[in-house]
Design a protein around this ligand. Structure first.
Ligand code: 1YM
Length: 639
């Protein structure tokens, strides 16, 4: 910055951006790979706001060589005139003054990214350099920033463009001093880009990876049907009930409410809600309004048409959502996000709007589609019967766990310590590996549960059937948390749940079955990061007196390269878990000082849901295709 022009407002600007650099977490959550990707959405959100205001229908996102990002839109272009409050151009103001966002915008839904419009200046503060180009009034305007938001080039006209061309292009390079990593992941950007296209019907979004020589056109996401197409996409590997996707929409006091749904023959529900394009993980008033209306309308229709008889109990909220895929989306000018993670919509007026729009539209759908209505309600009634049976089975499991935690038909070999924070449980494939694990464990803190039979695929079974399965009952009892409505994470008896299976196809299969069970029935355990996969080594390298275990080919090559080439290398391919003796198993896979565990994380509930549908669902073809083309991925499944 030129010293001559360094005045009071500049100092304020620098202090503002310096605050962002000092505590980036306060503005973008984290500085890990997640925070790195967050920067993209802060810029894209400005383009989306412009689209929501009705001035933009095309957005491009480009990952450049060197991992800078370009975002282009065809909106009006950020205003280029001098801003009265700062004396700077509006472009410079938006990019250097913290809290510049809301003050400028004239209404609309300017909250899409959650940062209330301060996004551009935050991205600038956390970048090595930023270039902003605005096409407007037949001219190309450009401003440049560097070193965390310092103006390098004030807004300048650098050329002319077609008189009717308008838009904004921003390129930024995240500051490697701030972020743990500077490499963008195409898949991560793709999932969210696609989601934004579903959530904003008609908007065209293109994602291109210029690091990849072969990617010349990028991928374009554009859905005229909006969230209906999202539902069709989520149901694509399931068997839907009825051809149509029900799509209902209403607006009141500038609040736009939209819902799309379709039932399928499966047993799990996939209900996702959004406010201003942000996933409301914990639901809120928009979701509650719909759920309440859904239960009421179905019960009324079922009674009126004598599907539900006088003697029958009413269907519950649980019963009517079985096999339901639904997207709820609300655009609100002043949303109140509540809860610890701000993942819940609190505005009470939305509950009423959602209820009204949903009940009117869904009632009409049932009247016009009596066959589908009957299929859905009969499915709901079966779910209700299963719920009652499951409750009985759960009570049995609970009683057993209260009275007698130690005796699980002799299967679980528990640890001595009773402090859950110190304890771990190994779920071990097969009796013989189980036997070695029992001998090789640290009996104070490590419990062993050998799994004999195949685990039931819960993707294809209701709760009552799952509870009738011996293996699953033992797992539930061992965990201590209960299941379904009784679930209580605080009662979890182990800090780590470690899946120990062979590194072959059968082992992968058992692992996926267990993960499916955990994800569907014990989701909070997965979300809280308690689930791990043990990593038995693939090779043992003996070199003189040292013995080194390595996990894969890559590590083997790296280790061999590090050794003196004149000495003799003996390389042994490791046996299956079942053939290791207790000492080997302990040393390679269980000992907390030497083992490698992989934590199973749920980054994105929607992606995890899809993965399980594909892997475990009704349709055989997608599963076979998935496993054949992604054998590697299955082995390294991080949901
Ligand atoms: C690639 C990033 O920032 N597009 C963008 C931003 C703005 C406008 C248009 C815009 C908004 C308004 C009027 C308004 C912004 N303007 C401002 C501010 N793309 C990108 N496209 N005219 C143009 O909201 O009234 C902030 S963002 F504050 F200057 F108006």
């Amino acid at each position: 910055m030129n010293n001559e022009h360094y005045d009071a407002s500049d100092i304020q600007v620098l202090e503002g951006l310096e605050a962002v650099r000092k505590r980036p977490g306060m503005y973008i959550g984290t500085t890990d790979v997640k925070g790195l990707h967050h920067l993209v959405w802060e810029i894209v959100d400005n383009s989306i706001d412009e689209a929501l205001a009705g001035y933009c229908n095309n957005i491009e996102i480009i990952i450049n060589k060197g991992n800078s990002i370009t975002v282009k839109d065809n909106g009006r272009g950020i205003p280029v005139g001098v801003h009265p409050k700062t004396g700077l151009s509006t472009v410079e103001t938006v990019y250097t003054v913290l809290h510049a966002g809301g003050k400028f915008g004239g209404g609309g839904y300017k909250v899409s990214g959650g940062l209330h419009g301060v996004g551009a200046s935050v991205v600038n503060a956390l970048s090595s350099w930023v270039t902003v180009t605005v096409y407007k009034d037949g001219k190309i305007h450009e401003a440049k920033f560097e070193n965390g938001g310092k103006t390098k080039q004030k807004l300048t006209v650098i050329g002319e463009c077609e008189p009717d061309r308008t838009g904004t292009t921003v390129t930024f390079k995240p500051d490697p001093d701030i972020f743990d990593t500077d490499i963008y992941d195409y898949e991560t950007l793709k999932v969210r880009t696609r989601e934004l296209a579903f959530l904003n019907k008609g908007l065209m979004l293109t994602l291109r990876d210029d690091r990849d020589e072969e990617d010349t056109t990028g991928e374009t996401f554009h859905y005229e049907g909006g969230i209906s197409e999202y539902v069709r996409y989520l149901n694509r590997n399931k068997t839907p009930i009825g051809e149509d996707i029900i799509h209902l929409e209403g607006e009141e006091d500038n609040i736009i409410f939209e819902v799309a749904l379709q039932y399928n023959t499966g047993y799990t529900d996939s209900i996702y809600s959004f406010v201003n394009n942000i996933n409301t993980h914990d639901g809120g008033t928009h979701e509650e309004g719909v759920r309440r209306a859904l239960t009421r309308v179905i019960n009324n229709y079922a009674r009126k048409n004598n599907i539900l008889k006088e003697k029958d109990d009413s269907l519950s909220g649980e019963d009517v959502k079985e096999g339901l895929t639904m997207i709820v989306s609300c655009k609100h000018p002043n949303p109140q996000f509540e809860g610890q993670t701000k993942g819940r919509l609190g505005n009470s007026e939305v509950r009423k709007l959602a209820d009204k729009v949903f009940s009117e539209g869904f009632e009409r759908y049932l009247l016009e589609h009596p066959d589908e209505a009957k299929t859905i309600i009969e499915k709901n009634m079966t779910a209700a019967r299963a719920r009652v049976a499951a409750k009985r089975a759960r009570e049995l499991t609970r009683r057993k766990s209260d009275l007698d935690v130690i005796n699980f038909g002799g299967k679980l070999v528990d640890c001595k310590d009773k402090d859950p924070s110190k304890c771990e449980i190994f779920l071990v494939e097969g009796d013989s590996a189980g036997g070695s694990a029992i001998k090789g464990r640290d009996s104070m803190t490590q419990a062993i549960l050998p799994l004999r039979g195949k685990i039931l695929n819960v993707e294809k079974a209701r709760l009552d059937r799952a509870l009738a399965n011996e293996e699953i009952r033992t797992i539930i009892t061992a965990f201590g948390t209960g299941i379904g409505q009784d679930f209580d994470l605080k009662k979890l008896r182990y800090d780590k749940i470690i899946i120990m299976t062979d590194a072959d196809v059968d082992g992968s299969h058992i692992r996926v079955l267990l993960l499916t069970l955990f994800y569907r029935f014990f989701k909070p355990i997965v979300e809280a990061g308690h689930v791990y996969a043990a990593q038995p080594p693939l090779f043992c390298i003996k070199h003189g007196k040292t013995i080194k275990y390595v996990l894969n080919e890559e590590e083997k090559e790296a280790y061999l390269a590090s050794l003196n080439p004149n000495t003799k290398f003996e390389i042994l391919r490791m046996k299956g878990l079942g053939e290791m003796d207790a000492e080997e198993l302990n040393e390679t896979t269980m000992d907390i000082h030497t083992r490698v565990l992989r934590k199973i994380t749920v980054n994105d509930a929607i992606a995890a849901d899809e993965a399980f549908t594909r892997l475990m669902g009704e349709e055989v073809a997608p599963r076979r295709e998935f496993i054949e083309t992604n054998a590697q991925y299955v082995q390294n499944l991080d949901i």
